[in-house]
Design a protein around this ligand. Structure first.
Ligand SMILES: *Cc1c(COP(=O)(O)O)cnc(C)c1O
Length: 400
C-alpha cells in the first residue's frame, strides 16, 4: 500500500476522482497496545467494527489474540489470516451449520447464547458423528442490560433478562467446560457507570443461579472521540470495571474479558472526499450513506471534518452533505463546519471512520471508495496519544 505523510499530500499527489480511505496503522497499533497494557483482563477485537485484513493482522502483531466473530464469514476470515487466534462466536442467534463448521473446522470453542433453544442448537451442532457430546464448550450467557448511557443501543435485540438468566446459567453449566456471562452496554458508552449497572445485573444473575462462573465478559461499548462526544479517559472505565469484577461471586481464577470494536479501530481510518457541487449551505460530496458515511446519515453521527485546500481563507460556516447516489436519503445533516469559500472541486478529510465507516460501505449506484492508502500523521482526535486533540479538530462544531 502506498504511504503518504498526510491527507494533503494524498490530494496533491493523486487529485483523486473517487473517495479514498486513509489508514493509520500506527494509531490502531497504539490502541491495541493500550488495551493490552491497561485493561485488567483479556481484550477480544470485535471484528464487525472493521474486518479489514490489514487491521486484523496489525492487531494480532500488537498483542490481540482473541477475536469476537459473529458470522461464519467472519470466522473463516480471521482463521484464514490468523491460524493461532482464539475465535469466540459471540452472536447469540446462530445457524446450526455455522456452529458446526466453526467448531469442527475452525477450532471455535466459545459461543454465546441467550435462550435454551440456542443451547440445544449448540449442543446438537457440536455433537460428534458417533453421538458424543462436546466436552470442551465454553458458553457465555448473554444478559440484557440497559443502553441508557450509550449513543447506540444494543438493548432490545439480544440478551435474557433476570427472570430467565439463572435457569439458563444452570442449564448451560451442565454442558459447559467453562461458563460465563456477557453483555453489551451499547456502543459509545459515554460513562463508565454503564458497566457498573450491567455488572450489577451480572452479579444478581450469578448469585441467583449459584453456579460456578469462569469468565465475565463486559462486551464492547468503549468510546472513541467525536465532535460533541468527549468521553472520560478509558483508564476510568477499566478501574471501575475491575473493582466491580473483583467483588463478583465467581471462581477465584475467573477471567475478565472485554470486546472492544470501536475503541480499537475508530482512529485507524479517515476518508478524503471531493465536493462535486455546492448549493448554498449544502455540499454534494462523492461518498455518503451507502459508502463509508452510513452513521453520518442514518444516526446523524457527527464526524470531524477539515478542508484540504490551502487557499480557503474565509471563516467556518455550517454545511450539510449530500452523498453521490440518486436518492434523497443519501443526506448527512451534520452540521459540518468548513470554510465559507469552499466550492466544487475542493477536497475534505472526514475523520474517525475506522470503526463502522469503512466496514459499512456498499457499491450501491456505483459509488464509494475503492482505494485505500497509508498516512503517517495523527488521527483528528485520539484517546491514546496523551494530547487528545490535534488542531485540525478545532474545525468542528457540535450540536450538543
Ligand atoms: C458490536 C459488538 C461489539 C463491539 O462493540 P463496540 O461498541 O464497537 O465496542 C462487541 N461485542 C458484541 C457482541 C457486539 O455485537
Amino acid at each position: 500500500m502506498s504511504s503518504y505523510p498526510d491527507a494533503r499530500s494524498v490530494v496533491r499527489a493523486l487529485k483523486p476522482d473517487e473517495p479514498i480511505i486513509l489508514n493509520r496503522p500506527h494509531a490502531a497499533a497504539r490502541a491495541a497496545r493500550f488495551f493490552q497494557k491497561n485493561f485488567p483482563g483479556k481484550s477480544l477485537y470485535a471484528v464487525k467494527a472493521n474486518p479489514s485484513a490489514e487491521l486484523i493482522e496489525l492487531l494480532w502483531a500488537n498483542g490481540i489474540t482473541h477475536y469476537d466473530v459473529a458470522s461464519i464469514a467472519e470466522v473463516r476470515l480471521v482463521r484464514r489470516l490468523l491460524s493461532e487466534a482464539e475465535l469466540c462466536f459471540m452472536h447469540p442467534v446462530k445457524a446450526p451449520g455455522a456452529i458446526r463448521e466453526a467448531y469442527f473446522d475452525h477450532g471455535v470453542r466459545t459461543f454465546s447464547l441467550d435462550s435454551s433453544e440456542e443451547l440445544a442448537k449448540i449442543v446438537a451442532a457440536t455433537t460428534s458423528e458417533n453421538g458424543e457430546p462436546a466436552r470442551n464448550l465454553r458458553l457465555l450467557v448473554r444478559l440484557r442490560v440497559s443502553s441508557e448511557y450509550s449513543e447506540l443501543s444494543l438493548a432490545s435485540k439480544f440478551g435474557c433478562d433476570l427472570t430467565e438468566a439463572p435457569a439458563l446459567l444452570q442449564e448451560c453449566r451442565q454442558w459447559a467446560d467453562w461458563l460465563g456471562v456477557c453483555f453489551h452496554v451499547g456502543s459509545q458508552a459515554m460513562t463508565p457507570f454503564a458497566y457498573v449497572q450491567a455488572l450489577e445485573r451480572a452479579r444478581a444473575a450469578i448469585a441467583e443461579a449459584s453456579v460456578v462462573v469462569d469468565v465475565v465478559d463486559v462486551g464492547g461499548g468503549f468510546p472513541s472521540v467525536y465532535p460533541g462526544m468527549e468521553p472520560p479517559p478509558l483508564e476510568d472505565y477499566f478501574t471501575i470495571i475491575h473493582r466491580q469484577f473483583e467483588a463478583l461471586p465467581i471462581a477465584y481464577n475467573a477471567e475478565l474479558w472485554c470486546e472492544p470494536g470501536r475503541a480499537l479501530c475508530a482512529e485507524y481510518s479517515s476518508l478524503v472526499v471531493r465536493v462535486e457541487k455546492r448549493r448554498g449551505d449544502e455540499l454534494f460530496i462523492n461518498d455518503g450513506s451507502y459508502g463509508a458515511l452510513f452513521d453520518a446519515a442514518h444516526v446523524a453521527w457527527k464526524f470531524p471534518v477539515v478542508a484540504l485546500e490551502d487557499d480557503l481563507i474565509k471563516p467556518l460556516q455550517d454545511f450539510a452533505f449530500y452523498g453521490p447516489t440518486c436518492d434523497d436519503a443519501d443526506f448527512m445533516e451534520g452540521p459540518f463546519a468548513l470554510p465559507e469559500d469552499i466550492q466544487a472541486g475542493d477536497y475534505i478529510e472526514i475523520g474517525m471512520l475506522g470503526a463502522y465507516g469503512a466496514a459499512m460501505k456498499t457499491d450501491f449506484n456505483g459509488f464509494g471508495a475503492t482505494r485505500s492508502v497509508v498516512v503517517e500523521d495523527e488521527p483528528m482526535a485520539s484517546l491514546y496519544d496523551g494530547s487528545r486533540v490535534r488542531p485540525a479538530a478545532d474545525n468542528v462544531v457540535s450540536l450538543r
